[in-house]
Ligand binder design. Structure first.
Ligand code: GLY
Ligand code: MN
Ligand code: MN
Length: 464
């Protein structure tokens, strides 16, 4: 990870402390190392909340923030032998100067120190349901405090979910975060360009192109750009595989005449990017492919236009659905005689067989980032409606009002599985177009547009 100013993290910790009661305490562990198979661990990835508050990416660490504003770090102790095998450790002695915390201990002392830190506190906060076993561990520490009540110790009476504070903070990205996300978007965009070019070039050369060739090209550019790893499992889907929403990069052939859908983005210094492009493997859209592509692109443009401060999170979705549904009627994916007017299609969600996901999600440290999708000031305004497809009663709350600095994806699509009455020319076409938007006062800034999105521009790029 790049070195970041400690003051940034100290300021975030101070904001957390301000929201705790003066006599409260918060515990934020980092992620655990996970075994993959014998003697091999999965690549370690820090916990996002922990990193947000420390900028510290070593495993075996936990942060404690006290309501009075002081912070204590537990981290792996210096150990020459382990450092020879696993690499450098900051260690507790160097941690206060390096990270701006007031005290630091060895991670081995967590169970010994936590009961002491929890004593005489009113409430203990930690992220609920994130760290396996943490609830039980907190219970153990509280039990230790309770065993001392006869000596006058007071045991915290309340446990609270720290996510409620941290999710709101992480939802609005500061200038430092926006800068990283712009750079992540640029790296990912370059990777998509490389994959598009490689596909057309290999097919021109008569080579056997596989999904993994394009995946490899993406990974190469991610790492060349300084990204640590992909932000999520890359989807590289050739032909009909694009209709499998959670397909991954596999080994299917990339065939001349088919589309390729790539949904892949790098993680840079703890922040995700998330881009999808769909392109003709050989660099030239067929008529039916272009017809559907133009509908998805128009729906994305409508969603982008609806993304601005003051609008609701649901507005881009509603805008894209309108364009997609009209397009489906226009090209015969939906039969007017069966489904009725545009309003009927939207009301009955008749577009659902071809568009079954939402148009976006928050993006940040996590690809599906934290943050409430409900406007907090209106969380009590509940309305009920019956879902036309499932018959389920859905409780609706007003969706989140967008603010400058919120970051979301805009990713409409159309996925056509063969079926009765589905025009054959569209069978097995799957298209999604996804960009990353920082909300601004006037609209939004698309930080992933370093890769072309217009059909003509994609064709021009792929001509070589
Ligand atoms: N790549 C995950 C998503 O688009 O939501
Ligand atoms: Mn996405
Ligand atoms: Mn995606």
């Amino acid at each position: 990870m790049t070195k970041n100013p400690t003051s940034l993290y100290a300021a975030r910790r101070a904001r957390v402390a301000q929201q705790l009661g003066k006599n409260d305490i918060a515990i934020i562990p980092t992620a655990q190392e996970r075994p993959r198979n014998r003697d091999s661990d999965f690549l370690f990835r820090h916990d996002s909340y922990f990193y947000y508050l420390t900028g510290f990416s070593e495993p075996h660490a936990a942060l404690v923030i006290s309501g009075d504003g002081s912070s204590t770090l537990f981290c792996a102790p210096k150990d020459l032998e382990r450092e020879i095998w696993d690499g450098y450790r900051l260690g507790p002695d160097a941690a206060p100067a390096a990270l701006g915390v007031q005290a630091a201990y060895s991670f081995d002392e967590l169970d010994a120190q936590l009961p002491r830190l929890l004593e005489n506190r009113s409430a203990v906060w930690y992220p609920f349901a994130i760290h396996e076993g943490l609830e039980a561990r907190v219970g153990g520490w509280l039990n230790k405090v309770r065993s001392r009540v006869r000596y006058g110790a007071i045991c915290p009476e309340t446990q609270r979910d720290l996510c409620s504070i941290l999710d709101e903070m992480r939802l609005v990205k500061d200038a430092h975060e926006q800068d990283i996300m712009r750079r992540a978007g640029q790296i990912s965009a370059r990777a998509h360009i490389r994959a598009m070019k490689l596909s057309a070039q290999m097919l021109r050369e008569g080579k056997d192109v596989r999904e993994y060739h394009l995946d490899a090209e993406m990974l190469h550019e991610f790492r060349m750009g300084g990204s640590q790893y992909p932000a999520y499992t890359s989807i590289v889907a050739a032909g009909a595989n694009a209709c499998v929403l959670h397909y991954r990069a596999d080994m299917a052939p990339v065939r001349d005449g088919e589309l390729v859908l790539i949904d892949a983005g790098c993680e840079l210094d703890g922040y995700a990017s998330d881009i999808t492009r769909t392109f003709p493997a050989n660099g030239k859209f067929t008529g039916p492919q272009r017809t559907l592509y133009e509908i998805v692109l128009a729906s994305q443009e409508a969603a982008v236009a609806a993304t601005k401060a003051g609008a609701r999170f649901n507005d881009p979705h509603d805008a894209s659905v309108k364009v997609l549904a009209q397009g489906m009627l226009d090209v015969g994916l939906l039969d007017k005689n069966k489904v009725g007017t545009l309003e009927d299609v939207i009301e009955k969600r008749a577009y659902f067989p071809f568009y079954m996901h939402r148009t976006g999600h928050w993006l940040g440290m996590d690809v599906h980032d934290c943050g409430s999708y409900v406007e907090p000031s209106q969380a009590g305004e509940v309305s009920e409606r019956k879902d036309p497809l499932s018959g389920e009663i859905i409780k609706n709350r007003p969706s989140r009002i967008l603010q400058p600095g919120m970051v979301l994806t805009i990713e409409p699509g159309i996925y056509v599985r063969p079926g009765e009455g589905v025009p054959q020319q569209f069978h097995n076409i799957g298209i999604r177009i996804e960009d990353d938007a920082i909300v601004t006062d006037a609209g939004c800034e698309l930080v992933s547009r370093g890769v072309p999105v217009k059909a003509d521009e994609i064709e021009a790029l792929m001509r070589g």
